[in-house]
Design a protein around this ligand. Structure first.
Ligand code: ZN
Length: 154
């Protein structure tokens, strides 16, 4: 709904069929979106009036603006809900599993290295041409591990 229509919404609904500012009349004539939304609100307004008993029952001032605000904030929120979609979640879980397996195999190679003195060929491939004296320089080990992870291929 455009600002022009939104600002006059209460006026339109409080006097259905009544005279409207020429500017707004013109906009509604040429804007199906605003016409449809105003008609939706007008229908609800008629419905509320039809429930009225002896006393005047009217939505308080700003009610429809509040409803509109609520609808629009939900539409904005739905953008973020894309991150919670099942397909995205599955991809995230898969990526996590792959990373876990990669980490696990690198650690396993290192354990094999320590236990048997000579590392299996896979460990040498995974470590590439980096020196095998792990633990001597923690900073270099971290860098080496990162490079190994980043360049790891089956
Ligand atoms: Zn419009």
């Amino acid at each position: 709904m455009h600002r022009l229509t939104r600002e006059r919404l209460e006026q339109i609904l409080s006097a259905p069929g009544g005279p409207l500012p020429a500017e707004l009349e013109q906009h509604l004539a040429g804007c199906p979106e605003c016409r449809r939304e105003v008609e939706g609100f007008a229908e609800h307004s008629r419905w509320v009036r039809s429930l009225r008993t002896d006393e005047e029952v009217q939505p308080g001032p700003g009610f429809y603006a509040g409803v509109l605000e609520c609808i629009e904030s939900q539409q904005r929120a739905s953008l973020w809900s894309a991150f919670l979609e099942p397909a995205f979640g599955r991809r995230l879980v898969l990526a996590t599993l792959v990373l876990t397996v990669m980490l696990g195999s690198v650690v396993a190679f290192q354990v094999a290295d320590d236990a048997f003195g000579s590392p299996p060929p896979e460990a040498i491939m995974a470590i590439d041409d980096h020196p095998l004296d792990w633990g001597a320089d923690p900073e270099r080990d971290r860098q080496t591990m990162l490079v190994t992870l980043a360049t790891y291929q089956e």
